[in-house]
Write a protein that binds this ligand. Structure first.
Ligand code: ADP
Length: 385
């Protein structure tokens, strides 16, 4: 390892749970990690130097980054102009601000997939929401359609299904992507990593498993229950995309597999990703260490999956808002292969991501059975209620 890379002062925009787990991994190599986040304390405060400030603000990002050698992100919605200015000042910035500019805008993402001949749902870009039906006619689109805000949507906010003209009253009144609805059979995610020398690795696909009726994400499982040839296709696309987007670091690629087995790219995120938390316990190299290796231009580690896993997001229980209390921890900790991660958010509220649980087992089926029990035991509630 080059001594210089390990002595870099690394600045991370965002100090949420992804920043926290990145900092935990960085501690293995005594790396100097600083995070910029408006919340005090933020999840990463416990293991990184926290600088209070807004990663969306030009001044805050510029000031924070000026004191660093290398700047990276754990959230995409950061100030791009400040990153461009930092790059001009000679700072290393990963991912590159121009790659990030494409990813921050779902419209530019879709145009890029189209340009590179990569599979994605048919779409058109809509600037003036009042022209939706006219454009649908020209583009030969029928209902149902999916409308996505081009910017600033996350975790499903900023995406809606429009079944028919009757739904038009709740259209987003901002520039958006209009997509044909895909008959989704499975949702898959693949992580790719690329270092500055251009070496690329990809991880085994992860499958999001939904409640059959409620369309609610139950858990993520690895390996995904797709054909080997589909898995290879997803991994090949992820490897091509990380190169085409010129990303140094991690790229999480989300896919749909439709009911005929066809694969579509949904969207990408150029950072550690929720779908990769299990890599901490189940892969030779965790996504967090892989990100550090990539941005420091160290050799990438093996992404090999050592055992199956279920990854369950610990969401705040319905009807509970206030200081967080974790019910059922002791019981779950007495079980083999159950790994609890708490993000350290002081306040819980319904559906807030408060932590996650990774359940590993030699067979996926045993991990699912363990999950069925754990989900009845562990709950994030508020003691104030
Ligand atoms: P976000 O960026 O908020 O995560 P996504 O683009 O991933 O939003 O969309 C959220 C969810 O909406 C997807 O996980 C999928 O279930 C559904 N969805 C998105 N696009 C389509 C589509 N073209 N057809 C069918 N369902 C879709």
């Amino acid at each position: 390892m080059g001594r210089s890379a390990l002595s870099y002062k690394i600045g991370v925009l965002g100090g949420g749970q992804l920043g926290k787990m990145l900092a935990q991994s960085a501690a293995d190599w005594n790396l100097s990690i600083h995070v910029l986040d408006p919340t005090e304390p933020c999840p990463a405060s416990i293991c990184a130097v926290h600088h209070k400030g807004d990663f969306r603000s030009y001044e805050d990002v510029l000031q924070f980054g000026s004191a660093m050698d290398l700047i990276t992100i754990e959230i995409e919605q950061v100030n791009l102009d400040a990153l461009r200015a930092l790059k001009k000042l000679g700072k290393q910035v990963f991912p590159d601000p121009e790659s990030l500019a494409i990813i921050q805008d779902k419209g530019l993402q879709k145009l890029s997939y189209q340009k590179w001949g990569m599979p994605t749902a048919d779409f058109f870009l809509l600037d003036d929401w009042r022209l939706l039906e006219k454009r649908m006619e020209v583009e030969r689109f029928d209902y149902p359609i999916v409308q996505k805000l081009r910017k600033d949507g996350y975790d499903g906010r900023g995406v809606q299904l429009i079944h028919s003209a009757q739904d038009l009253s709740r259209q987003f009144q901002a520039p958006s992507v209009i997509e044909k609805k895909v008959s989704i059979a499975k949702e898959i995610a693949v992580l790719a990593a690329r270092n500055r020398s251009g070496a690329v690795v990809t991880y085994d696909p992860v499958e999001m498993v939904f409640h059959p009726e409620a369309n609610l994400l139950l858990y993520q499982q690895t390996p995904a229950t797709i054909h080997e040839r589909q898995a290879s296709e997803c991994r090949k696309i992820a490897a091509d995309l990380i190169g085409s987007l010129d990303i140094v670091g991690l790229l999480a690629v989300e896919f749909f597999v439709d009911t005929t087995g066809k694969i579509y790219i949904n969207e990408v995120a150029p950072r550690p990703h929720n779908s990769g938390h299990h890599t901490i316990e189940t892969c030779i190299t965790s996504q967090y260490q892989q990100h550090l290796r990539a941005i420091l231009n160290l050799p990438l580690g093996s992404p090999k999956l050592l055992q199956p896993s279920i990854l369950w997001n610990l969401l705040g229980a319905e009807g509970h808002s206030g200081p967080a209390f974790y019910q059922g921890l002791e019981d779950s900790l007495s079980r083999d292969g159950v790994y609890i991660h708490l993000y350290g958010k002081e306040m819980t509220k319904p559906f807030r991501k408060m932590g996650h649980v990774t359940i590993t087992a030699p067979e996926l089926e045993s991990a699912v059975n363990q999950w069925l029990e754990i989900k009845e035991i562990v709950r994030v509630i508020s003691i104030a209620d």
